[in-house]
Design a protein around this ligand. Structure first.
Ligand SMILES: *[C@@H]1O[C@H](CO)[C@@H](O)[C@H](O)[C@H]1NC(C)=O
Ligand SMILES: *[C@@H]1O[C@H](CO)[C@@H](O)[C@H](O)[C@H]1NC(C)=O
Length: 257
């Protein structure tokens, strides 16, 4: 069982619960994955993930300037942590990337915590996010080229929190918050709390940002990925050596529509 060491998750859920209640009691799914139990489980990664209602993605994204492809082989578990690998490369080819996702694609409102250690290799974007489509998406994104320095007026340094625009062509809601630690040195907790009309972002249990604009209202999946498309205004890269985003634990608590 997962019991948060701090009270923040309960506090957050207390806020979510009345919204979910709405006349009838809604079922809340709790999903706790501890990758340190993988080695002794005797399972393949696919069946270990499936048991936890997760799967590994495999598909190509036609991004600019470089395409990237989520490759199943780029996801594994080493030393008790899931590894999302982005292949290092010297050329301009398709960037081999990694992603896992929830089976559930009808999640609406919940708390999503990822315990992760970020890559020191520049040139990738690691994302922990709700996703329906490009206009219904709440993101925590870590840009490994821009942990401490930004890029002109395009990218502020820090951890990126975003509600994507609810309509194509409109402005997303975004802020970057400085890391108050070295995210590549140790595991930290990155949490999204999504409720009706609000998305809240926590790091190590501390509230860093709340958005009330562009909050999705429709059922979503939750995804974890690491990728690069060579766009200097976001992921930068591609990385010149293999870049690993490590995930030790995942704790989800959500209702579905
Ligand atoms: C992150 O969450 C884990 C799991 O609940 C907890 O053991 C750990 O103390 C938390 N770490 C921080 C830095 O908040
Ligand atoms: C990066 O963003 C800036 C500002 O929006 C833009 O002027 C520039 O062309 C972009 N660079 C690339 C390589 O897309």
């Amino acid at each position: 069982m997962y019991f948060p060491s701090s009270a923040f998750l309960y506090a957050s859920l207390a806020l979510v619960a009345p919204v979910l209640a709405c006349g009838k009691k809604q079922k809340v799914t709790k999903l706790d994955v501890d990758f340190s139990t993988f080695a002794s489980s005797g399972k393949s990664l696919v069946s270990f993930l499936n048991q936890h209602e997760l799967y590994v993605s495999g598909y190509q994204v036609g991004s600019e300037p470089l395409a990237h492809t989520f490759v199943k082989d780029n996801v594994d578990v080493q030393n008790g942590a899931l590894r999302l690998k982005v292949d290092g490369q010297s050329g301009e080819g398709d960037v081999k990337s990694a992603e896992i996702a929830t089976f559930a694609s009808n999640i609406r409102y919940g708390t999503f915590t990822t315990v992760a250690k970020l890559t020191p290799v520049p040139g990738i974007c690691a994302g922990f996010f709700t996703y329906t489509d490009d206009n219904n998406e709440i993101d925590i994104e870590a840009l490994s080229s821009y942990y401490t320095k930004g890029y002109g007026y395009s990218v502020q340094p820090g951890l990126e929190f975003t509600n994507q625009a609810l309509k194509p062509g409109q402005k997303s809601t975004n802020t970057a918050v400085a890391y108050n630690f070295d995210p590549t040195a140790d595991f930290h907790n990155y949490t999204i709390v999504w409720s009706a009309g609000k998305s809240k972002f926590y790091v190590d249990g501390k509230l860093r940002t709340t958005f009330t604009k562009n909050v999705p209202k429709v059922g979503a999946s939750f995804l974890w990925n690491a990728w690069s498309n060579g766009d200097v205004n976001w992921s930068a890269g591609p990385p010149t050596e293999d870049a690993y985003t490590l995930i030790k634990e995942i704790h989800l608590s959500y209702a579905t529509v």
